[in-house]
Every structure is written in structure tokens, then in C-alpha cells.
Design a binder for this molecule. Structure first.
Ligand SMILES: Cc1cc2nc3c(=O)[nH]c(=O)nc-3n(C[C@H](O)[C@H](O)[C@H](O)COP(=O)(O)OP(=O)(O)OC[C@H]3O[C@@H](n4cnc5c(N)ncnc54)[C@H](O)[C@@H]3O)c2cc1C
Length: 402
């Protein structure tokens, strides 16, 4: 693709800025989810689905995905600008997170032309919501031991078993499903296959699971003799582990190609300083406490470091020695950072930290409390922080497998 001039970039930014300032919807009266993992009511779902469709139709989502499958066919730099302007204008999150960020890029990357034609447009428009069926009640971190069975029967596979923590499972039309096609394979990984499974066939049932904030967002998903077409297999029978690992690279942000937009909104980090000046702790503003100030400075320095690292990752000579270090550590450091900054915001409030959403005494309508409780999600989903440490140890530092 030819280089884009600064004038074109600036023009695109000006258009995007104008569009978002006119089109970002007013804050609804109902509580909005902070992330795609807390979409729990039909009201929230319909609102966010409508918003994603509108952004896509305006050309500000999937702008860099190929035109022939429903994308905009533009440069990634333009999609990045659109995302920045969306954030600047305070736009709501994109709903179809799994479709936009991992199923979609995976289908573009490894799918057949037919699969791309079938699925990509519906992902962008939010017509087709996607979920992910990897974790099972007894197999989360140990994903390679997944037991949900897929048995070939004519032109179909018959699925039996259960997946858990299925984000948006009750709204999804499709699931990226990891299931066992060969229980006798010598290596457990070789017995797995990967499917772009429809959720609308008989024999698929979802039961919502409540989170510690009282919100919903994921389900346990049961398969009872659910028949899915064999054409939904991706990567070939017995090759599911390789496809799943590629999916996790997209999910953890270690591989680019996502559609754009954002799917989580935590409180603005810069506002934590403002909170420190307002929140009273032992009768004085938290900001007056040197221990709080020290933690604050450390975390704000980390935040700055994270931002600089994103830029550094784009400059090849700076990451040549350990090219995987930044991509593989991004999920770990970001998710732990947000948990810590929210934890500090709670600590600053002293006993006030016990007030919750709707209570007049709570600072900022308890956004920090809610955000703190929800911030654990990202440190677990997509692989826990301990697992990310293992990955960095093995694949970046070259340590032996434990
Ligand atoms: C909000 C949320 C949304 C999610 N959405 C989805 C989804 O859409 N689809 C889906 O498939 N899954 C989803 N998950 C599930 C998630 O991927 C799993 O919870 C995660 O992989 C951990 O698995 P587990 O819960 O079985 O914990 P376990 O694997 O039982 O782990 C328990 C503890 O042991 C530690 N541990 C385990 N093995 C090791 C090891 N080898 N080395 C060091 N420590 C270890 C873990 O770090 C953890 O602290 C979601 C989870 C959350 C919290």
C-alpha cells in the first residue's frame, strides 16, 4: 500500500473527530458494562450492538480489514486514528469483542475464502456475536486436556460436554470451539480439533453465571448431542491445538490484525490523582499521605512506561534482541497494572471504599469499586497472570519448562 501523506492522515482524523462528536450516544439511564465481559442485560446488549453497527457503517471499525469481505480496505494507521478519536469522544465499547479481536483475525488469517465470506461482515456489523468455548469446569489453564467430545457422524460432528466462563455465551450465534476428536491420541494436544460452531443448533444450552459485582456476562455452556456441520472444522482434524494457540496470540494482543475500537473502559488513570485530592482518609485528603503519594507516583510511572513501550514495540532495532518480550508481556503487565491502580483508588478512600454503586456517600458513584472488582477478569481470562509468567519465562527468557 502506498504511503499515506500527513495531509490525508489529518483529514481522516478531522472527519473522524467530527463524526464521533456528533454521534457518540448520550449516557443511558441504565448502568453500562465496563468491559465486554459484563454485558448482562438485553438493554445493554441492544444499546452496544446498535452502537457497533453504527460505527462500522460509518467506516470506523474494520477499516483496515479487506474490502472484499466487508472491511474498509484502508491502512491500519487510519483505523488506529479512528480508535483514538472514538476514545477521545468517550464512545461506548465495542460489543462483539471475541469476533473483532480474535475470531475475526483468525478467520482472515487461517480460514478459507468461503469462511471469510460467511463470517467477517457479520462480525463487524455485530449481527453475529461470537463466543469462545475453550475453558471447561476441570480444564482452564490446562487447556490441552479439554474433554468436550466431537464425534464425526456423516457430514456432521456430534458434540457432547460442557464449556464454562463463556463470555456472551447467551447472546452468541457462533462459538470458536476446541473439542476432542481423538481421545486415544498419544499426545493429548493431537486429539483436539477446532470448530467455528453454530450456537443456534438443538442441544446447545447456556446458563448465565453471576459475578462478584452482581453483574452477569458469561455462561456455562452445555452440549448434548449437538450436531454441527463438518465444514465448520478449521485447520483440519487433530490440528485444533495449533489453531487454538494462534487464537490466543490474537486474544493476548501478541499478534496484530484486530478490527479496531476498544472493548474495555476503565476509569481514566489521570483521574486517580484528582481522587487522591478529594478522598478523605483518616480525616485528611489521601494525597497528604506520603505512602499513598509514593504508590501513586510508582503506578503513574508504570503507566507512562506502558505507553512508551507500545511505541517502542513499533521500532524494530529497539526490540531486536528479544522480539517477543513486549508482545508476550503486554497482557500481563496491562491487566495487573489496572488491577493495582484500582486497588490504590480503593485504598485511598479508607472506609468509604466500602460504599457501592447507588450509595450517595460513594465517590464517583463507586466506579473505582466496580472497576476494581472487575479488573480481576482480565488477569484471569485469556490465561492467568501465573500462566503468562510461565510463557514469558519459557518463550522470552528461554528458561526450562516447569
Ligand atoms: C471474566 C472472565 C471471562 C472469561 N471468558 C472466557 C471465555 O469467553 N471463554 C473461555 O473459554 N474461557 C473464558 N474464561 C476462562 C479463563 O480462560 C480461565 O478462567 C483461565 O484460563 C483459568 O482457568 P481456571 O479458571 O480453570 O483456573 P485453573 O486453571 O484451575 O487455575 C487455578 C489457579 O492455579 C494457577 N495455575 C494453574 N496452572 C498453573 C501453572 N501451570 N503454573 C502456575 N500457576 C498455575 C492459576 O494461575 C490460577 O491461579 C474467562 C474467565 C474470566 C475470569
Amino acid at each position: 500500500m502506498s504511503e499515506i501523506s500527513q495531509k490525508e492522515l489529518d483529514g481522516f482524523r478531522a472527519d473522524a473527530r467530527a463524526w464521533f462528536s456528533e454521534n457518540v450516544p448520550a449516557k443511558p439511564e441504565f448502568m453500562m458494562p465496563l468491559t465486554f465481559m459484563e454485558v448482562g442485560t438485553d438493554q445493554q446488549f441492544d444499546f452496544l450492538r446498535g452502537w457497533q453497527k453504527k460505527v462500522y457503517e460509518a467506516g470506523y471499525l474494520g477499516a483496515a480489514w479487506p474490502k472484499k469481505y466487508g472491511g474498509g480496505g484502508l491502512a491500519q494507521a487510519l483505523q488506529d486514528i479512528a480508535t483514538q478519536e472514538m476514545y477521545r469522544a468517550g464512545g461506548p465499547i465495542m460489543l462483539n469483542a471475541i469476533g473483532l479481536n480474535w475470531a475475526g483475525p483468525l478467520i482472515l488469517d487461517m480460514g478459507t475464502d468461503e469462511q471469510r465470506n460467511q463470517y467477517i461482515k457479520g462480525i463487524l456489523s455485530a449481527e453475529d456475536i461470537w463466543c469462545q468455548g475453550f475453558s471447561e469446569p476441570d480444564h482452564g489453564s490446562d487447556l490441552g486436556a479439554a474433554q468436550t467430545r466431537a464425534v464425526r457422524d456423516g457430514d456432521d460432528y456430534v458434540i457432547n460436554g460442557s464449556k464454562i466462563w463463556t463470555t456472551q455465551g447467551n447472546y452468541a450465534k457462533y462459538m470458536i470451539l476446541l473439542a476432542r476428536t481423538n481421545p486415544d491420541a498419544q499426545r493429548k494436544y493431537d486429539g483436539l480439533s477446532f470448530f467455528l460452531a453454530p450456537m443456534t443448533v438443538p442441544g446447545v444450552d447456556t446458563v448465565p453465571i453471576r459475578k462478584l459485582t452482581g453483574e452477569y456476562g458469561f455462561t456455562q455452556t452445555f452440549f448434548t448431542d449437538a450436531r454441527i456441520p463438518a465444514t465448520t472444522l478449521m485447520g483440519g482434524e487433530g490440528k485444533g491445538w495449533q489453531v487454538a494457540m494462534r487464537t490466543l496470540e490474537y486474544e493476548r494482543g501478541a499478534r496484530g490484525g484486530q478490527a479496531g475500537g476498544y472493548v474495555m473502559v476503565y476509569p481514566d488513570v489521570s483521574k486517580v490523582v484528582d481522587l487522591a485530592k478529594r478522598a478523605m482518609r483518616n480525616g485528611r485528603p489521601a494525597f497528604d499521605d506520603p505512602a499513598i503519594r509514593e504508590r501513586l507516583v510508582k503506578l503513574l510511572t508504570t503507566y507512562r512506561g506502558l505507553k512508551l513501550n507500545s511505541t517502542r514495540a513499533l521500532i524494530a532495532p529497539l526490540v531486536r534482541d528479544r522480539p517477543l518480550s513486549l508482545p508476550l508481556s503486554a497482557k500481563l503487565v496491562r491487566s495487573e497494572f489496572y488491577r493495582e491502580i484500582n486497588q490504590l483508588a480503593m485504598a485511598m478512600q479508607g472506609p468509604h471504599g466500602a460504599y457501592y454503586v447507588g450509595e450517595p456517600e460513594a465517590y464517583d458513584d463507586a466506579i473505582w469499586q466496580r472497576s476494581y472488582l472487575n479488573s480481576f477478569s482480565a488477569t484471569i481470562g485469556g490465561g492467568t497472570s501465573q500462566i503468562q509468567h510461565n510463557i514469558i519465562g519459557e518463550h522470552v527468557l528461554g528458561l526450562p519448562k516447569s
